[in-house]
Design a protein around this ligand. Structure first.
Ligand SMILES: NC(=O)c1ccc[n+]([C@@H]2O[C@H](COP(=O)([O-])OP(=O)(O)OC[C@H]3O[C@@H](n4cnc5c(N)ncnc54)[C@H](O)[C@@H]3O)[C@@H](O)[C@H]2O)c1
Length: 323
């Protein structure tokens, strides 16, 4: 990535900013596009370590004029901008449609017209599988989302693959599972329930565990950054979709216990799963990550205990910028 020109949509968000920091360290010229809509994960403090080394463009991926200009003269596009809340997508389905679906198509149209040589990596999600028919879920599993967000992300993903196959605009998609780490949104549960757990435990308040039996896998953000960069750099990834799987499979009660033990103190309260969330819940999920391991050589390196401990350390020092 040394000297490469890289554009990151959603670059002030959780994963985008961690990626930007790594790319700057690698010698890339990085431009970040972000709308900084307050309900989403964008935060200028996220890029404090590289503030003077990256270009920041506060614009919205729905703005076709901005995107037309921004995609030009870049070697890589990490396309991470998104509305991430499943509940918000049910309450305001049209905003989710505009950002996660329509804007994705117009970004690809801008690439088709103004920069056909760009290589794109799209951040997709495990949400598009819906309630799994079998576990672990591999890439051949039927796509049957349980919420509006899943449907729009699915369309966004497939537009990328379509433009790769039809127009030769190189694109790959990674289906991310629950990702956590420094710079995640912890103000509320819009990005992930783990965010609010971390905030509460640091503030010495009990956090709420809903249900508790659901199985999940998790990725520490540095591992996801590795996967994004690796995928961008491998031609054999073009036109392909890969799951990212976590190293450990845990139920949410085990995760809560682990968080309390890593923090050395803390309490949680067991609650019934709220009915509005239950309607769109996917039940148990964990990914089969063997395809990306076999084809690109990526596996998650960070175990949950290490990842949670690094995350807690970050928020103990920086919570005032995230509350
Ligand atoms: N974090 C996870 O666990 C997870 C899991 C699966 C998929 N993903 C995907 O990864 C991507 C990044 O997620 P994240 O966790 O970093 O979330 P995030 O909310 O921190 O980052 C998304 C960023 O996109 C920006 N954004 C949203 N709408 C925009 C718009 N219209 N124009 C410009 N910028 C806009 C937000 O301001 C935010 O900074 C998303 O596309 C998400 O769907 C994340």
């Amino acid at each position: 990535m040394n000297n490469e020109k890289v554009l990151i949509t959603g670059g002030l968000g959780f994963i985008g900013s961690n990626l930007a920091i790594r790319l700057v360290e690698m010698g890339a010229h990085v431009t970040l596009v972000d709308s900084l809509i307050p309900e989403y994960g964008g935060n200028l403090y996220n890029i404090a370590p590289i503030e003077k080394m990256a270009r920041i463009n506060i614009s919205d991926v729905r703005d076709t004029h901005s995107m037309r200009y921004l995609v030009q003269d870049h070697d890589y596009l990490f396309n991470l901008a998104g509305q991430t809340s499943h509940m918000d997508s049910m309450q305001d389905p049209y905003i989710d449609l505009e950002i996660n679906c329509r804007a994705q198509l117009s970004i690809l149209e801008a690439c088709k017209k103004y920069n056909q040589n760009i290589k794109i990596v799209f951040a997709s999600t495990r949400q598009i599988y819906g309630k799994p028919d079998y576990l672990p879920v591999d890439e051949k599993h039927l796509l049957r989302p349980t919420d509006v967000n899943g449907i729009n992300k699915m369309a966004g993903e497939w537009y990328h693959i379509l433009y790769n196959n039809t127009y030769g605009i190189r694109a790959s998609a990674l289906r991310l599972t629950n990702t956590y780490g420094p710079r995640m949104r912890v103000k509320d549960a819009r990005q992930t329930f783990l965010g609010i757990w971390i905030k509460k435990i640091i503030e010495d308040k009990p956090f709420e565990l809903w249900g508790g039996d659901q199985l999940r896998d998790f990725n520490y953000v540095d591992d996801v950054v590795d996967a994004l960069i690796l995928t961008a750099s491998k031609e054999e990834a073009n036109g392909k979709v890969f799951n990212l799987g976590g190293r450990e499979i845990v139920n949410l009660r085990q995760l809560a216990e682990l968080l309390v033990s890593v923090n050395r103190e803390g309490k949680y309260e067991l609650k019934e799963f709220p009915s509005d969330r239950k309607r769109i819940d996917i039940g148990d999920y964990y990914a089969d990550g063997s395809l990306i391991e076999a084809e690109l050589g990526w596996t998650a390196k960070t175990d949950l205990k290490t990842g949670l401990s690094k995350t807690l350390m970050y928020y103990r020092e920086n919570m005032s910028f995230y509350s």
